[in-house]
Design a protein around this ligand. Structure first.
Ligand code: S3P
Length: 447
């Protein structure tokens, strides 16, 4: 829906203490992968807890277009009858991935080594994002891609008829690029090797193993070396999707911004490739108890009890960037309510997300009266203390769900209300955000 319907302005006002339990929906990364791997397995994969955000629904629709049977059985409960590795049919329609970079890049990888042709498009945000980072390695398998200038969508990918395996060092820390190559490697003979210098989220590796692929991960001097043996028969799985730590970040950070709050957020991933924000919050002095550590859906999780308290700005360790890449927008909002400056280095990947997130946060924070400094690879936010952010502005969400939610969280603590021009993209990843936050006591309303 994002970018296709009318904009939905939303306003957040200074709120009383947030209290209660925030049960956030399923993980977006794992939900995409469950549908795609389910479509590549032979037989019926059952999924519970699937995120029913628009990004994932677009991937479900795409998997149907490639020949899989994808059925919804009620909230979060889905089944996928897969066609097997190499079994994708040629879609008869253009594949519209909406707002989802993960959707389009992973699906391009999954079809690139099958002799079919598919054309991909997306919304105004996705059609601006670079696809060369995926189509370059896919070309090494023998696939060809024809897109707009700068490697942008709409784009047609012609899958390789006789794919060859690939050895590739990812030039940017990107789980989407890594995953596209691994999915392409599934239908290439021999061993496909991806080397990443910095570890990125490892859901593809974990789930490929779960579906029965042969895959090894070695920590070597050159980086994390992932070796996949091609042409396995993937076995259908029962996938219980854990909650999304990137969505949990919003009620957690809101509780840390609004005086007197105490919020319980169950089942937050402690996967080392995803938990950078939570380490950073602790470094800032946040009062967070990590209770009942356990495994859920194959991921280490804990229940978080979060209490408001004064925070100090810090320099976020640069090597943490990949493990919290989606959380910088809400961290930047939170940093505005801390004492002192928060320095975020090594963050240039934020410029090629659903929006240029450095620019979107910097401009929005400035409009709210917060001083920021920005360079290509750097964002510094000068904190104004718990009660110090003036607010009183309308900020642009740039078709970016996380920008919209970050400013709505900040509006709960700012002196004057903050309006986002368009909250409709929130439906891509966190369709129940508004009601969930209102239940905690957040004053968020449309208009
Ligand atoms: C994702 C990878 C990240 C992240 C995105 C989800 C994934 O993107 O920002 O929201 O599921 O693989 P990059 O791979 O571009 O860093």
């Amino acid at each position: 829906m994002s970018g296709h319907g009318a904009p939905i302005p939303m306003t957040a006002r200074k709120s009383g203490p947030l209290r209660g339990t925030a049960e956030v929906p399923g993980d977006k990364s794992i939900s995409h992968r469950a549908l795609i791997l389910g479509a590549l397995a032979v037989g019926e994969t059952k999924i519970t807890g699937l995120l029913e955000g628009q990004d994932v629904l677009d991937t479900a629709k795409a998997m149907r277009a490639f020949g899989a049977e994808v059925i919804s059985h009620g909230p979060g409960s889905w089944s996928v009858h897969g066609v097997g590795v190499g079994g994708f049919a040629e879609p008869s329609q253009v594949i519209d991935c909406g707002n989802s970079g993960t959707g389009v890049r992973l699906i391009m990888g999954a079809m690139a080594t099958t002799p079919i042709t598919a054309t991909f498009t997306g919304d105004a945000s996705l059609n601006k994002r670079p696809m060369g980072r995926v189509t370059d390695p896919l070309a090494l398998f023998g696939a060809r891609a024809y897109g707009r200038s700068g490697g942008r969508l709409p784009m047609t990918v012609v899958g390789a008829a006789e794919p060859v395996p690939v050895r590739y060092v990812t030039p940017v820390p990107s789980a989407q690029v890594k995953s596209a190559i691994l999915l392409a490697g599934l239908n290439a003979p021999g061993q496909t090797v991806v080397i990443e210098k910095e570890p990125t989220r490892d859901h593809s590796e974990r789930m490929l193993l779960g579906f029965g692929a042969q895959l090894t991960v070695e920590e070597m001097a050159e980086g994390r070396v992932i070796t996949l043996t091609g042409q396995p028969e993937l076995r259908p799985q029962t996938v219980a999707v854990p909650r999304d730590p990137s969505s949990a970040a919003f009620p957690v950070c809101a509780a840390l911004m609004v005086e007197g709050s105490e919020v319980f957020v169950p089942g937050v991933s402690q996967n080392l490739t995803r938990n950078g924000l939570y380490l950073t919050l602790v470094d800032m002095g946040a009062d967070i108890a990590f209770e009942n550590p356990r495994e859920e859906g194959g991921e280490p999780v804990a229940d978080l009890r979060v209490r408001f308290g004064p925070l100090k700005g810090i320099e976020v360790p640069e090597d943490r960037a990949a493990s919290m890449i989606d959380e910088y927008p809400v961290l930047a909002a939170l940093a505005a309510t801390a004492e002192g400056k928060t320095i975020m280095r090594g963050v240039k990947e934020l410029r090629v997300k659903e929006s240029d997130r450095i620019d979107a946060m910097a401009r929005g924070l400035e409009a709210c009266g917060v001083r920021v400094e920005e360079e290509e690879d750097l964002l510094i936010v000068h904190g104004m203390g718990a009660d110090g952010v003036p607010g009183g502005a309308t900020v642009q969400s740039h078709l970016d769900h996380r920008i919209a939610m970050s400013f709505l969280c900040l509006g709960l603590a700012a002196q004057q209300p903050i309006t986002v021009d368009d909250g409709s993209p929130i439906a891509t990843s966190f369709p129940v955000f508004e009601g969930l936050m209102q239940n905690l006591g957040a004053e968020i309303a449309r208009g």
